[in-house]
Design a protein around this ligand. Structure first.
Ligand SMILES: C[S@@+](CC[C@H](N)C(=O)[O-])C[C@H]1O[C@@H](n2cnc3c(N)ncnc32)[C@H](O)[C@@H]1O
Length: 214
């Protein structure tokens, strides 16, 4: 069961998130406080030789790379294995999905879950531009994953869980859909100070944002 939260606040926050990514689906340039597009990918070592990612990245057209708006590099913890079944929660325009799809190869499959229709369309278009077929994109939210238990070998996510309201529920869902021995590789931002507005709204103590990600 989800933790209680004022429904008005919940829909306001979700609407702001959706609005930001509706714009980012056209182009993320200038919308975020961190580098996006190819500059972001290079800053986050997506082309680093020791990650063996450089070749994968160069297989993606420049316009696809330019749509990247992740905050970190989930592949810094390793690339998915050949033949793997991968889920990307909050896949955005699909750059991480495509990197994973090239790594798992034709016997593997990558599913991108995304709640913004504009981002899903962009992700489909990017997959077509890149000529990558072992991917699918599904509508849905991180808090209720539309998949059976133990469906995936790897769950990746990049800059999504910080935006999710019910983090415990979302992480419980992540564990539910992973197979025994599977991996969870999440790149995200964490809040080091207390959220100032939380108590003003009567929502209880501020969250210890540092803890949930450690
Ligand atoms: C930083 S972007 C992901 C970047 C992406 N991995 C890439 O390759 O460029 C975060 C995405 O998460 C989506 N998102 C945010 N909250 C979500 C939620 N609760 N459920 C599903 N998707 C969500 C946003 O719409 C956005 O497209």
């Amino acid at each position: 069961m989800m933790e209680p939260m004022h429904e008005g606040l919940r829909s306001d926050i979700e609407e702001q998130v959706r609005e930001r990514f509706r714009k980012a689906a056209i182009s993320p340039r200038g919308l975020f406080s961190y580098p996006t597009g190819r500059a972001g990918l290079l800053a986050l070592a997506y082309a680093a030789r020791d990650l063996n990612l450089g070749e994968t990245l160069s297989a993606l057209p420049e316009s696809v790379q330019e749509s990247f708006c992740g905050v970190g590099n989930p592949f810094a913890a390793g690339l998915p294995g050949v033949g793997g079944q991968v889920l990307d929660v909050g896949c955005g325009a699909g750059v991480d999905v495509l990197v994973a799809a090239l790594s798992v190869g034709p016997e593997g499959h990558v599913t991108g879950l995304e709640f913004s229709p504009e981002m899903r369309e962009r992700a489909q278009a990017n997959a077509a531009l890149a000529g990558v077929g072992n991917v699918s994109f599904m509508p849905g939210g991180a808090e209720e994953l539309p998949f059976a238990d133990a469906s995936f070998d790897l769950l990746i996510s990049n800059g999504v869980y910080n935006l999710v309201l019910h983090k415990r529920q979302a992480l419980a869902e992540a564990y539910r859909v992973l197979r025994p021995g599977a991996r969870l590789q999440v790149a995200d931002q964490i809040l080091e100070d207390a959220a100032p507005f939380q108590q003003d709204l009567g929502l209880g103590s501020p969250p210890e944002a540092k803890n949930w990600a450690t």
